[in-house]
Design a protein around this ligand. Structure first.
Ligand SMILES: NC(=O)c1ccc[n+]([C@@H]2O[C@H](COP(=O)([O-])OP(=O)(O)OC[C@H]3O[C@@H](n4cnc5c(N)ncnc54)[C@H](OP(=O)(O)O)[C@@H]3O)[C@@H](O)[C@H]2O)c1
Length: 331
């Protein structure tokens, strides 16, 4: 694995955005906070979408993916839906571009392994956009625990069920590889693996909505370091905080834990420590700063979201989907 250090010299990084929807706008909200980074080009399936995007943020509005990949860009931010991630990652890498790919990186592990084979062949950087560990709160929390630990962490409990997503949202689309496990469960897979280590067993249950995707699921997992229990859904209103338990105390990352801004650590000795670190500019700026530093350090993967972490996250969701009974097209 290549490790990278934050750089102080901000060699310019020109981005091409693929898929100009909701999250791409949030990416652009954060980009002014990323030293040296700029938008050079964008492409989306519909001309009106890309024209509006380029009109708002600048850069070239491309009429095809080939045009975008042939343009003067260093990296792509891939913000389409998971059904097209593997194909577009591979095309971008073959065109010599580094890839920051929205979560979930691909529909399943076999697809991700195809992408990673091309990463290896091209020697370019590939990182899944798994944002929580880059937020200032998460960074400060981990730093605090180094000097004031909660002992051996052995249990993680987290949830996110958001009942206010409209029915035409891609999360409800079977064809676009939606569902609560893919949309939100992937964050919880991250949390479990980050605190508890590699996955050893998965048990999942869930139910489907009328569009054929899981609208609620729970899964519990066994890891090298302990156990996790999580829920994810679109048809119940859930709390969205996270509990991380250790032998000497527990952490609550307050809602919404995947956009963290506040945590409380309760120690066995009665102390309670509050950590407040609000995020700015939508929050994607932190992972993008890291991604740009990795490019400048000629890294092919992130030490924070390494390729193996992405493999383990999607493998966990693959197994949970299998147990819930959700197979996507082509699987
Ligand atoms: N990191 C986060 O906080 C976060 C939050 C939400 C979502 N996400 C992830 O971001 C991704 C996108 O989600 P979203 O909510 O932004 O979806 P979205 O609003 O539907 O945006 C996706 C855009 O990509 C374009 N598109 C879709 N399929 C395409 C294709 N095959 N080729 C070219 N363009 C295509 C569509 O634009 P046109 O068809 O109009 O061109 C659409 O507007 C998903 O992977 C999701 O899981 C991440």
């Amino acid at each position: 694995m290549n490790y990278s250090q934050p750089t102080t010299h901000h060699l310019p990084i020109k981005f091409g955005v693929i898929g100009c929807g909701r999250i791409a706008h949030r990416f652009m909200q954060g980009l002014p906070e990323v030293p040296g980074a700029s938008l050079a080009a964008s492409w989306s399936r519909r001309a009106e979408t890309v024209n509006a995007f380029a009109g708002q943020y600048g850069g070239i509005a491309c009429s095809s993916l080939d045009e975008l990949l042939a343009s003067d860009i260093d990296a792509v931010y891939l913000a389409t839906l998971p059904d097209s991630h593997a194909e577009y990652c591979i095309r971008a890498l073959h065109a010599g571009k580094h890839v920051l790919c929205e979560k979930p990186a691909t529909i399943n592990l076999p697809q991700l392994d195809k992408v990673l084979a091309v990463v290896k062949e091209t020697g370019l950087l590939f990182m899944e956009g798994m944002k929580p560990p880059f937020y200032p709160l998460y960074v400060k929390l981990k730093k605090h625990l180094k000097s004031d630990p909660i002992g051996d962490v052995g249990y993680v409990r987290a949830g996110s069920s958001v009942a206010d997503i409209s029915n035409d949202h891609p999360n409800f689309s079977y064809e676009l590889a939606g569902g609560s496990l893919m949309g939100i469960g992937i964050y919880e897979a991250f949390l479990a693996i980050d605190w508890l280590g590699s996955t050893q067993a998965v048990q999942a249950m869930g139910h489907f909505g009328p569009t054929g995707i899981d609208t609620f699921a729970i899964f519990q997992t066994k890891h090298s370091g302990g156990y996790a229990q999580v829920y994810t859904g679109f048809d119940l209103h859930g709390k969205g905080d996270a509990l991380i338990s250790g032998t000497l105390g527990h952490i609550t990352i307050h809602k919404n834990w995947w956009n963290p801004g506040r945590a409380t650590i309760d120690y066995l000795d009665g102390r309670s420590v509050e950590i407040n670190e609000p995020f700015i500019a939508g929050g994607l700026n932190y992972e993008t700063i890291h991604f740009c530093d990795l490019i400048r350090n000629c890294a092919t993967e992130s030490p924070i979201i390494p390729h193996e972490m992405s493999r383990q996250m999607i493998a966990m969701i693959d197994e949970a989907r299998k147990q819930v009974g959700l197979k996507f097209i082509g699987e």
